[in-house]
Design a protein around this ligand. Structure first.
Ligand code: PGA
Length: 251
């Protein structure tokens, strides 16, 4: 059974007092979270431990990235073992901003997925095409390559632990959301690709989230698409009321 998940990617936003205020506001409204919807927040790294103490298990906490290495001389990096030692059990991996600004290739993303799984961390694996790729009719090929190169070396059991987020790059932070048809088309494509390379049971166990300008007004329609199992939300996750409306839309 696919889990409904709404994850908030805070990116590089919020001072510590602002972060505390946002989590307090969400916790004040925790009774509004529908049973069966898993809520995850991905705050900046310095806030992971205190926010996890304040909010778990109501809100799970994810890192926005993690190293592919288990430890050693990698200045500035955070290993998956460090994250799991402070009870951070999810990590966003391969976000398009990491791919674009930090040169993360499918090969690096694959190594990060493996590193997470070695340490019991659920990777929220991001894929999605550029606008130029969509305009050239290449969007299915791009997403298929990202999924295949980062995930298809995994056993069925390991793959079942991954959450996939489809985030068309042209929809991230732009206010231009994929239409319901575009989202459903890609989500069902990804699911069929999983069936083809693994089997129906694996495909049916993996949550595929949509990300890219999800907001309080469009979430319900997007989440009603049969193959959309929730969302990865950026800007709208920074406001408690909007994020709670989006969480409720995943019911
Ligand atoms: P957005 O970001 O909701 O602000 O478009 C989504 C994301 O980058 O995960």
């Amino acid at each position: 059974m696919r889990k409904k998940i709404v994850a908030g990617n805070w990116k590089m936003n919020k001072t510590w007092p602002e972060a505390q205020a946002l989590v307090n506001a969400l916790m004040d409204k925790k009774n509004l979270i529908p049973a069966g919807v898993q809520v995850i927040i991905a705050p900046p790294a310095p806030y992971l431990q205190p926010l996890s103490e304040a909010a778990a298990p109501t809100l799970a906490v994810a890192s926005q990235n993690c190293s592919q290495h288990d430890g050693g001389a990698y200045t500035g990096e955070i290993s998956p073992g460090m994250l799991s030692s402070i009870h951070v059990n999810h990590s966003i991996i391969g976000h398009s901003e990491r791919r674009q600004f930090y040169g993360e290739t499918n090969e690096i993303v694959r190594a990060k997925v493996d590193a997470c799984l070695r340490h019991g961390i659920t990777p929220i694996f991001c894929c999605g095409e550029l606008l130029s790729e969509r305009n050239a009719g290449e969007h299915f090929n791009t997403v298929a390559a990202q999924v295949k190169e980062a995930l298809f070396h995994l056993s069925a059991e390991a793959l079942s632990k991954v959450v996939i987020a489809y985030e068309p790059v042209w929809a991230i932070g732009t206010g231009v959301t994929a239409t319901n048809e575009q989202a459903e088309e890609m989500h069902s494509f990804i699911r069929a690709f999983l069936v083809k390379n693994y089997n129906q049971d694996v495909a049916d166990s993996i949550s595929i989230l949509y990300g890219g300008s999800v907001n309080a007004a469009n979430a319900a329609e997007l989440f009603a698409c049969p193959n959309v199992d929730g969302g990865l939300v950026g800007g709208a996750s920074l406001k408690a009321d909007d994020f709670m409306t989006i969480i409720q839309a995943a019911q």
